[in-house]
Design a protein around this ligand. Structure first.
Ligand code: NAP
Length: 282
């Protein structure tokens, strides 16, 4: 890569938000390093972006030594230049009633959404410090602000990411690394198809009646989902604006979401139960 272009490392670029962010930065002339898990994704993306894209196969749940190996490959490709932006995008969102979810599913959510971010950050800090100033963008979620039933483990992972964001922001600022949180609401990506694939897993539980309506909930959320390009646009702004905000809440009704943080629990619970029983919007 020539230092005419700035560099960005994005995890999970084969679909959804990661792919849209790759497209946006690539179109703006950046050198993009992306991770994927499947070899066929490498072939497809290489054809689509023959230049300024370096792809690596990587599972974010790998041990720390493999994260360090990944960063060594990135450093070699950057030929002595530092990494300008790291986007922690890869994530999973299996839902389910917490008391019935498999331990392995909950561990997978935490290993991917929380420990994966911890290990990659630990490995990448030295390379980010080599850039004059760099940014780390944390793709969290509205679920990192508000907890809804059947998304407890996912929410816990995004609340943990929010705590990481606050800690890293203060700890890494003196080292020249600006840390920014991105909190998208429902966004039109393949995450919904993945949710559908899981929808019958907990029908044999006390929540059978509510969960049997899942197709409707998923359909409603999907119908109101933000276009992925809009979320990518906000992420681009967070990465490139001279004075970015600490956090970007990317939802169609930000005021309501911000106000909801101040609702007493019994009001929040009543609104959530009304929504679950009647599929009402609020
Ligand atoms: N869509 C939404 O409504 C929404 C809302 C708020 C926040 N988010 C967040 O946005 C991020 C991207 O999600 P998305 O909606 O774009 O969904 P997506 O299309 O399913 O993308 C998820 C990406 O993460 C990758 N990934 C999952 N597990 C991984 C692992 N162990 N190692 C490496 N990569 C892994 C996936 O790779 P594979 O394809 O190989 O599985 C895929 O590239 C996630 O952090 C999610 O929590 C999404």
């Amino acid at each position: 890569m020539s230092k005419l272009s700035s560099s960005i490392l994005i995890t999970g670029v084969n679909s959804g938000i990661g792919y849209a962010v790759l497209k946006q930065f690539h179109a703006a002339g950046w050198f993009v390093i992306g991770t994927v898990r499947k070899p066929e994704d490498i072939d497809r993306l290489r054809l689509e972006f023959p230049e300024r894209l370096y792809l690596l196969r990587f599972d974010i749940t790998s041990p720390l030594a493999e994260h360090e190996e990944l960063i060594r490959s990135v450093a070699e490709e950057l030929k002595g230049e530092g990494l300008d932006i790291l986007v922690h995008n890869a994530g999973v969102a299996q839902g389910g009633p917490l008391g019935w979810q498999d331990e392995s599913d909950v561990r997978a959510i935490m290993e991917t959404n929380v420990m994966g971010v911890f290990k990659l950050t630990k490995a990448a800090i030295p390379l980010m410090r080599e850039a004059k100033s760099s940014r780390m963008l944390m793709i969290s979620s509205i679920s990192g602000r508000l907890v809804t039933p059947f998304l407890g483990a996912y929410s816990a992972s995004k609340f943990a990411l929010e705590a990481f964001t606050d800690a890293y922001r203060n700890e890494l600022a003196p080292l020249g690394i600006t840390v920014i949180g991105i909190q998208p609401g429902p966004t039109a990506t393949s995450i919904w198809a993945k949710a559908r694939a899981m929808k019958n897993k907990y029908l044999d539980s006390p929540y059978q009646e509510i969960l049997s309506k899942q197709e409707k909930f998923i359909g409603n959320a999907e119908a109101r989902a933000l276009p992925v390009e809009h979320v990518a646009d906000i992420i681009f702004q967070a990465g490139t604006r001279l004075k970015p905000k600490h956090r970007y809440l990317v939802v169609s009704n930000p005021l309501l979401v911000k106000l909801a943080a101040y609702f007493p629990d019994n009001l929040k619970d009543r609104l959530i139960m009304a929504k679950l029983k009647n599929e009402k919007k609020w």
